[in-house]
Design a protein around this ligand. Structure first.
Ligand SMILES: NC(=O)c1ccc[n+]([C@@H]2O[C@H](COP(=O)([O-])OP(=O)(O)OC[C@H]3O[C@@H](n4cnc5c(N)ncnc54)[C@H](O)[C@@H]3O)[C@@H](O)[C@H]2O)c1
Ligand SMILES: [Zn+2]
Length: 363
């Protein structure tokens, strides 16, 4: 331990929409000054969920006030259900009552739920105001806070309503991960393992150490390394039109089906993605020539984090396949499934059928 401030900045190079993702240990109280440095003005809508607001809301608000910002706090209930159009309306209403106009900005403090919701609020409030992401879960720090995808769910499916809206700054403090529940901490590593599989296999080495050791320089380094992977993909394909960003869906086609079949409450996102990664890795071996030894490295990492690898018997495979059929990734009935030829070599395959997914999921 040293009292030197550990901090790394990763640039997301998107020209005039570019921004820094700052990852550090114990940097939360620096957010106000950082917002000033990137030129944010006006009042701030600090959007958070009740749990995260209770843990970190005062520190963030204090930092913003110390930097001269007026702050309007907006809190939503914790959980995926807050990613709804109803909450978009509620947040915008609270902001209007708080006197926030087109010259204000949004700060999303929390996990991916808050980030996706508050990002969409920022995209539509006064036809778009700037926003800052302050991610407080592993998923949010390595994935959802970076890249500008915002959105909410409909009864008909996840993320069906959204917008591309890049944040002005991402401020990720790994020290906040200390208060995550064990299950919520571990599930985030499904996205880390996904990143490793598609772009950076060496990241799997020593990853297991993070099960016990949440903070510190090692954690900052790991989060920044993941952010860099996501940032490079987003730079190549900001709006998911070139096929590169689609590679981030590795494990997600089956994973989203499993998430839906579990009624969204059964599995945490990363737990469903873990099961989806198992499917994607097995299919990669079957149809894309992924070596068994490489598949085993990915599966071994999931195991180290105690992530689910076998679909529980009471989750019906038919329900998973049915939900997959509704997924955006099955565009126009065409199945688009991300597979690996080798670790680090992902591609979108059209050779996978729903039946094949069913077979892999069968005991
Ligand atoms: N936009 C994108 O590119 C993208 C990418 C990946 C995932 N997502 C979305 O992210 C969402 C999942 O995000 P998530 O896994 O962060 O879930 P989440 O936001 O629901 O957070 C999980 C739980 O942890 C609590 N929490 C958050 N930070 C905490 C902390 N530091 N200490 C204690 N408790 C804390 C929250 O209150 C919540 O109950 C999904 O809706 C998914 O669709 C979006
Ligand atoms: Zn995900």
């Amino acid at each position: 331990m040293s009292d030197e401030r550990v901090e790394q900045a990763v640039r997301v190079g998107l020209g005039e929409r570019g921004y820094d993702v700052v990852v550090g240990d114990g940097i939360l109280g620096g957010i106000g000054g950082a917002a000033r440095e990137v030129g944010l003005r006006g009042r701030c809508a600090l959007i958070s969920d009740e749990r995260v607001a209770g843990l970190y809301g005062d520190e963030v608000e204090g930092s913003l006030r110390a930097a001269g910002y007026e702050v309007v706090r907006v809190e939503v209930p914790e959980g995926e259900a807050s990613k709804s159009l109803g909450q978009v309306e509620a947040c915008c209403g609270a902001m209007a009552r708080g006197g926030l106009d087109r010259g204000s900005f949004v700060l999303a403090l929390g996990g991916g739920v808050v980030g996706d919701l508050a990002g969409l609020v920022a995209a539509v409030y006064y036809r778009g105001v700037p926003y800052v992401q302050v991610p407080t879960t592993v998923v949010a720090q390595v994935d959802s806070s970076v890249g500008g995808k915002t959105g909410v769910n409909l009864g008909e499916g996840k993320n069906l309503v959204g917008a591309f809206h890049q944040p002005r700054l991402v401020w990720a403090d790994v020290a906040t991960l200390a208060t995550l529940g064990e299950r919520e901490y571990r599930e985030g590593f499904a996205e880390v393992i996904k990143h490793a599989a598609i772009r950076d296999a060496a990241m799997l080495d020593g990853l297991g150490a993070r099960v016990a050791e949440r903070g510190g320089a090692g954690m900052v380094e790991l989060m920044a390394r993941n952010v860099a992977i996501k940032a490079r993909v987003v730079e190549e394909d900001e709006r998911e039109t070139a096929g590169v960003r689609a590679l981030l869906n590795f494990g997600h086609t089956a994973g989203h089906g499993i998430e839906a079949a579990g009624g969204y409450g059964r599995f945490l996102h990363g737990e469903a993605i873990s099961l989806g990664l198992v499917v994607a890795v097995r299919l990669s071996v079957q149809v894309a020539g992924l070596a068994e030894g490489e598949a085993a490295r990915v599966l071994g990492a999931l195991e180290e984090f105690g992530l689910p690898m076998v679909l529980p018997e009471d989750v019906e495979i038919a329900a998973v396949l049915e939900a997959m059929g509704r997924d955006k990734k099955f565009e126009g009935g065409q199945v688009r499934f991300v597979l690996l030829r080798a670790l680090g070599d992902a591609f979108v395959s059209e050779d996978v059928t729903v039946e094949m997914v069913g077979e892999v999921l069968s005991p």
